[in-house]
Design a protein around this ligand. Structure first.
Ligand code: DP6
Length: 356
C-alpha cells in the first residue's frame, strides 16, 4: 500500500523592521510591511511531518508530541484547507494522481527551542507546516505563493519560506493576494553578518503577539504615525543597506525600529512591556560598545533587536562576534548566548516527499 508522507523543516526569522498590527485579523493582513533575516542554524528550527491516508478519520496535529486541537475556522484549519484546495486543482488537471485532497492528514511538528519565548516559534512552525503539506501534495507553488498561506497561520511565518533577507510586502488588496513574502537578497549575498541570540528568559511570554498587536491597533496613536510616516521610508532604506552590504545603515535602522516597536507597545492601553531590566542593560552595553568605536573614528559594530519578549538578538559582522560574546558574558555571567553561524546555504523552508 502506498504511503504518502513528507517532512519539511523551517528556520526562525528575526525582524529588523517589525510587523505589529493587522488591518484584517482573519486574513492576517498587516498595517505595515516588514523585513527580516532568516536564521539558518540547526538550533532554531521547526520540523514537521505530514501524512495523508484514506484510513484517517480527521485532520490531527501534534506539537512537540502533544496533540493540539484543530479548531474549525482557526488558523491551522485555514492553512490545511488552502493547501488541500491547491492539491485539488492539481488533481483536476491530472486525473492519474492519487486523490490526496480527499484524505485526512496527520501532522507532527517539533521545535528544537522553547515555544513562545519570543523566539518566533509560530513563524518557523507555520512555515514548516505549509512546506511539509506542499511537499506532500507535490504542489508546483513558489515560496512567495506558499507565503500567502503561511501568512494566514501566523503573519511572521510568511517570511520563513525564504532564507536570507526577506520582506513581507503588506499589499493593498482586500483579499490579501498581494500580501506576500519576497526575497531581498539571499544569504550568500552577505555572509559576513551573523546573529547572536541572548536567551534572557525562556518563560512563555505574558502578552501574545496576536492579542498585543490588536490592542496596539485599537489604542495607540503612535502606531498610526509609525505606519504612515516611518515604516515606508525604513523599508526602502534598509533594503538599500542590505543590497549595498552597508552594516552601518543596517544597524542604525534595525535598532531604531526595535526601539519604536517597543515604544508603540508602551503606547498601548494598557501598556505592554516585553523587555525586562536585563534586556535594557544589554541595549546600554551595545550602545556603549558602538559609542566607543565611533569615538575612536570607527563604525557601528553591532545592532540589537527585540521581538515580543525579553531575549536579545544582536546582529554583527563576523569579526566582532568574539568580542561581543566576551563583553556580554563579562557583564551577564548568567546569560546564555548561543551563536548563530547562519549556515552557508540560507535556505528557507524546505520539504521532501517520501513515497513508499
Ligand atoms: C514582534 O507573527 O507572531 O515578532 O500574525 O498574530 O501570529 P500573528 O503574530 P506574529 O507576530 C510577530 C511580531 C514580532 C515582529 C515580527 O516578527 O515582525
Amino acid at each position: 500500500m502506498a504511503v504518502y508522507q513528507a517532512t519539511a523543516s523551517a528556520p526562525v526569522n528575526i525582524a529588523c523592521i517589525k510587523y505589529w498590527g493587522k488591518r484584517d485579523t482573519k486574513l492576517i493582513l498587516p498595517t505595515n510591511s516588514s523585513l527580516s533575516v532568516t536564521l539558518d542554524q540547526d538550533h532554531l528550527r521547526s520540523t514537521t511531518t505530514s501524512r495523508a491516508d484514506s484510513s484517517f478519520e480527521k485532520d490531527r496535529l501534534w506539537l512537540n508530541g502533544v496533540e493540539e486541537e484543530i479548531k474549525e475556522g482557526g488558523r491551522l484549519a485555514t492553512c490545511i484547507r488552502e493547501l488541500k484546495r491547491l492539491r485539488k486543482e492539481v488533481e483536476e488537471k491530472d486525473s492519474s494522481l492519487p486523490k490526496l485532497s480527499s484524505y485526512a492528514v496527520h501532522i507532527s511538528s517539533r521545535n528544537n527551542f522553547p515555544t513562545a519565548a519570543g523566539l518566533a516559534s509560530s513563524a518557523s512552525g507555520f512555515a514548516a507546516l505549509v512546506a511539509s503539506l506542499a511537499a506532500l501534495y507535490q504542489l508546483p507553488a513558489s515560496p512567495s505563493q506558499l507565503s500567502l498561506i503561511a501568512r494566514q497561520g501566523s503573519g511572521s511565518a510568511c517570511r520563513s519560506l525564504f532564507g536570507g533577507f526577506v520582506a513581507w510586502e503588506m499589499g493593498s488588496k482586500s483579499d490579501g493576494s498581494d500580501s506576500l513574502a519576497v526575497e531581498i537578497a539571499p544569504r550568500e549575498h552577505w555572509p559576513d553578518i551573523h546573529a547572536l541570540i541572548c536567551v534572557v528568559s525562556d518563560d512563555k511570554k505574558g502578552t501574545s503577539s496576536t492579542s498585543g498587536m490588536q490592542r496596539t491597533v485599537e489604542t495607540s496613536t503612535l502606531l498610526q504615525h509609525r505606519i504612515k510616516y516611518v515604516v515606508p521610508e525604513r523599508m526602502k532604506a534598509i533594503s538599500a543597506a542590505i543590497r549595498a552590504r552597508d552594516f552601518e545603515a543596517f544597524a542604525r535602522i534595525t535598532m531604531q525600529d526595535s526601539n519604536q516597536f517597543h515604544a508603540v507597545a508602551l503606547d498601548t492601553d494598557p501598556p505592554i512591556f516585553y523587555m525586562n531590566d536585563v534586556s535594557r542593560a544589554i541595549i546600554a552595553l551595545i550602545v556603549e560598545y558602538n559609542r566607543v568605536s565611533v569615538a575612536a573614528g570607527g563604525k557601528l559594530k553591532a545592532a540589537y533587536t527585540y521581538d515580543a519578549g525579553p531575549n536579545a538578538v544582536i546582529y554583527a559582522p563576523k569579526e566582532n562576534l568574539k568580542e561581543i560574546v566576551e563583553l556580554i558574558l563579562n557583564y551577564f555571567p548568567q546569560a546564555e548566548p548561543f551563536k548563530d553561524p547562519f549556515g552557508l546555504f540560507g535556505a528557507g523552508a524546505q520539504g521532501k516527499l517520501v513515497e513508499g
